[in-house]
Write a protein that binds this ligand. Structure first.
Ligand SMILES: O=C(O)[C@H](O)[C@H](O)COP(=O)(O)O
Ligand SMILES: [Mg+2]
Length: 304
């Protein structure tokens, strides 16, 4: 059974055991634009203890640079190299694993994060946030409709959380995936995500819609994909035995930690609850759990 972090000594032991703290973002650090309690103080405390912080989000709507800006708005200085998002993981997959030539274009059903990260690796992206004509309903009888102007150079489709999802975008995405040589890349599988007191549809919902109509199975690039961890370990030279993954979702964050040999700490400020935790098999239990990330700071302050 997971150990609940509930006293000062447990936090001290946690600090003694791990050098690298990998943080999920949505549901752990914030709920959309709402910073969760004592997050800044906790991250500051960890930095003061010389810990290596890495932010590992499946949210592909933002690029690493955009996350640096989001952190800055909360008053936290984070470098681009400390952020590892699923948009970046998707672009790395296309470049390094799929080895998609950069003269091939990428059709994006998703947000700016995918456009920026693929663009930084040399790809031209289509669709995404840059085609306002896709806000209008599909009219396949209209010769000027984008569905009648598909680009023969598209070599991959990248799908992530798309808050502008509509039938027009889905229909064009399908046309590209009907081509046998076009790769289907998905940023993540999160079915939902927590935001401002509600649960909203996540990228996994968008990905499943595309998989259903295309009858194709995507490559999943975000957590719990091992490739994402390999890229993080290579980039940051971390010792996995001295590393811990802190997240709010069992089938992404906690599985990502467990499957890759890291310790794991589940926080209950996002998707999961004590009930979902207790319902888990022993072998799927996170190493630790806490009510919120800020408990690490608050408990350490007690008894000073
Ligand atoms: O796609 C989604 O559903 C969201 O981006 C999801 O919240 C992932 O964000 P994370 O919790 O990994 O930061
Ligand atoms: Mg999360």
């Amino acid at each position: 059974m997971s150990v609940k972090i509930a006293n000062r000594q447990q936090v001290i032991d946690l600090l003694d055991s791990y050098d690298n703290f990998l943080f999920d973002c949505d549901g752990v650090l914030w709920l959309d634009t709402l910073l969760l309690p004592k997050v800044l103080e906790t991250l500051g405390m960890l930095r003061n203890h010389g810990k290596h912080l890495i932010f590992v989000t499946n949210n592909s709507t933002k690029s690493r640079e955009q996350y640096v800006e989001k952190f800055a708005k909360f008053g936290l200085k984070v470098s681009k190299s400390e952020v590892f998002g699923s948009a970046y993981a998707s672009a790395i997959y296309a470049k390094d694993i799929l080895q998609l030539p950069t003269d091939k274009k990428v059709w994006v059903l998703g947000g700016k994060g995918l456009e920026v990260e693929f663009g930084e690796l040399g790809y031209t992206t289509l669709g995404g946030t840059r085609m306002p004509e896709l806000e209008s309903p599909l009219n396949s009888n209209d010769p000027s409709d984008p569905i009648n102007h598909l680009d023969p150079e598209v070599g991959a489709v990248a799908v992530g959380l798309d808050t502008h999802l509509n039938y027009h975008r889905l229909a064009i995405t399908l046309q590209y995936l009907l081509r046998p040589d076009v790769a289907f890349i998905a940023s993540n599988i999160d079915s939902t995500f927590p935001a401002n007191g509600m649960i909203l549809p996540g990228a996994g919902t968008v990905v499943q819609a595309v998989a259903t109509c295309s009858h194709k199975t995507p490559v999943l690039c975000g957590k719990p994909n091992k490739g994402m961890m390999d890229a993080i370990v290579e980039a940051h030279h971390i010792d996995k035995s001295r590393s811990i993954m802190i997240g709010d979702r069992l089938n992404t964050d906690m599985k990502f930690g467990r499957d890759n040999g890291l310790a794991s700490l589940l926080v209950l400020t996002g998707i999961e609850s004590e009930d979902t935790l207790k319902a888990l098999d022993e072998k799927e239990q996170p190493t630790y759990y806490a009510t919120k990330l800020g408990d690490l700071y608050e408990l350490l302050q007690k008894g000073n």
